[in-house]
Design a protein around this ligand. Structure first.
Ligand SMILES: *[C@@H]1O[C@H](CO)[C@@H](O)[C@H](O)[C@H]1NC(C)=O
Ligand SMILES: *[C@@H]1O[C@H](CO)[C@@H](O)[C@H](O)[C@H]1NC(C)=O
Ligand SMILES: *[C@@H]1O[C@H](CO)[C@@H](O)[C@H](O)[C@H]1NC(C)=O
Ligand SMILES: *[C@@H]1O[C@H](CO)[C@@H](O)[C@H](O)[C@H]1NC(C)=O
Ligand SMILES: *[C@@H]1O[C@H](CO)[C@@H](O)[C@H](O)[C@H]1NC(C)=O
Length: 463
């Protein structure tokens, strides 16, 4: 056990007893006047503070980067996207309910309005790969598969719009889509114009069948072509995903070009897939988090909540961490048949509120202690969202001792914060002092999601 002394200053750094702590602990901050001095003995607290100080130094460097100037995606896009659940199922004889055809999107649109999805914020109904005909028309335009989309995409867009929703479509920067349908290489202007004429509101632009050295040029050219149509179309890119295998992508250029961008592998309906995405994101957060903000977001791929592969605790973890990561919330599930608990989770207004926070700062992992991962996201209104993920996948629920003083942003809570737990269940924990301790019970692979709100000290004397 280590004895150490911490000097706590509102909005200032942390000073420690030099004899008892490593040199880096005293690197940060100036001591303001009017600091309170407290002494504590607590090994977990000490370990956390060491981790957090390192992270804090790392995460502070935020340069405002210019976003794509189309006025869209000022908060992360919300909607539904067919890929993970319905993939390239084109066999409408065998599986009419689930094949890629116009009825699928019409039914999804109906449910989204009837079952409260639109009201909760899920606005975009998005088509993924396998919608087009294998040949372009005589004018070189993409056309929908005539058997599966007999009414055409324009009619489908009208249908979706008549319900107050928006329509997303899919194409590819290269010579073919990943599923082998016609790519847009050489046709960027034609395709942008076609999509605009159809009334499309979002384009997911994949990166298969493209020489990686031309990815940037291709994505930028399509961005310009979309702009020149004059229609507001959210531009969802996969540029960094296809560039990472060769070198580190230029996120300044990506943010200028796209409204969101996929960085990493496709999500699968499994906890191991969700974990891999979280780990990759945390490992690269120094590069990723500064790139996110109103108008442009890192896209860790679809929400798979409501399918087959995740336990309820794991579904809560995906929802909580996608909100922390300021990720687009694009569900890929069957909204016509979804269990009530998954629906309630996906429509949870408090979690959506974190996702859609107007400050638009992406959260990050702040440390790992005792197989608990800690994440935080700064929110508007002197608030922070915290997620504590139990990464231990053996045994039962474990208690996490929450002490505000152990947060990397503990200054927010000096001397007190109002603490609200959102997951696994809603609970107002009330006003907590910096060193008070709350035990949070967290299931294996589950997450506790909380918000902490700074309590303004109007008297200037503390409580
Ligand atoms: C096109 O770009 C210009 C300037 O970058 C911007 O002002 C305009 O709103 C954009 N238009 C659309 C439709 O995105
Ligand atoms: C990709 O483009 C580069 C530069 O234009 C060229 O040298 C290379 O041969 C191309 N690779 C393939 C697989 O076409
Ligand atoms: C992008 O546009 C420029 C300018 O029109 C053109 O020279 C270039 O070939 C285009 N690149 C791609 C990949 O379409
Ligand atoms: C990255 O892109 C930006 C904006 O397009 C550009 O100004 C900058 O020079 C690029 N950085 C590198 C290292 O290529
Ligand atoms: C703490 O937060 C809860 C939930 O938002 C709220 O009902 C309560 O009034 C807040 N308490 C204080 C002292 O701000």
């Amino acid at each position: 056990m280590i004895n150490f002394k911490v000097r706590l200053c509102k909005w200032a750094g942390l000073h420690s007893n030099k004899e008892a702590t490593p040199a880096f602990l005293s690197l940060r901050g100036n001591v303001e006047t009017g600091c309170s001095v407290q002494t504590r003995r607590d090994p977990i607290l000490y370990r956390m503070m060491m981790i957090y100080l390192l992270i804090a130094v790392v995460c502070v460097s935020v340069h405002p980067v210019q976003a794509l100037d189309n006025g869209l995606a000022l908060t992360p896009t919300m909607g539904w996207l067919h890929w993970e659940r319905f993939m390239c199922n084109i066999d409408c004889n065998m599986d009419p309910q689930n094949c890629i055809r116009e009825e699928l999107y019409m039914q999804m649109a109906d449910v989204m309005v009837k079952e409260g999805w639109l009201e909760a914020g899920y606005e975009y109904v998005c088509i993924d790969d396998c919608w087009p005909h294998h040949q372009r028309d005589a004018q070189g335009r993409l056309q929908a598969d005539p058997k599966r989309f007999p009414s055409g995409i324009k009619k489908l867009a009208d249908y979706v719009h008549s319900r107050g929703l928006k329509l997303g479509i899919y194409a590819d920067v290269g010579s073919m889509t990943c599923g082998g349908y016609p790519g847009s290489l050489g046709y960027y202007e034609t395709d942008a114009k076609t999509f605009a004429e159809w009334g499309v509101d979002l384009l997911k632009f994949d990166g298969c069948y493209m020489n990686w050295t031309m990815l940037g040029e291709g994505y930028k050219n399509m961005s310009r072509a979309l702009n020149q149509t004059g229609r507001s179309i959210v531009y969802s890119c996969e540029w960094p995903l296809y560039e990472w295998p060769f070198h580190e992508p230029n996120y300044t250029a990506i943010r200028e070009t796209c409204n969101h961008w996929r960085n990493f592998a496709d999500v699968y309906d499994s906890w191991s897939s969700v974990k891999t995405i979280l780990d990759w994101t945390a490992t690269n957060q120094k590069i990723l988090t500064p790139a996110a903000g109103p108008g442009g977001w890192n896209d860790p791929d679809m929400l798979v909540i409501g399918n087959f592969g995740l336990s309820h605790s794991q579904q809560q973890s995906q929802m909580a961490l996608w909100a922390i990561m300021a990720a687009p919330l694009l569900m890929s599930n069957d909204l016509r048949d979804i269990c009530p608990k998954s629906k309630e989770l996906l429509q949870n207004r408090r979690i959506i509120g974190i996702s859609q926070d107007p400050l638009g700062k992406q959260g990050y992992r702040t440390g790992t202690v005792d197989s608990f991962e800690m994440w935080e996201r700064p929110l508007s209104g002197a608030r922070l969202a915290l997620a504590i993920l139990n990464r231990q996948e053996i045994g039962g629920p474990r208690g996490f001792p929450l002490t505000l003083a152990t947060l990397p942003s503990w200054q927010y809570c000096n001397p007190r914060c109002n603490v609200t737990q959102i997951l696994p269940t809603y609970q107002e924990l009330g006003v907590q002092a910096l060193f008070s301790k709350q035990i949070l019970k967290i299931n294996p692979s589950g997450t506790a999601l909380l918000t902490v709100t700074q309590i303004q000290d109007y008297s200037g004397k503390g409580y």
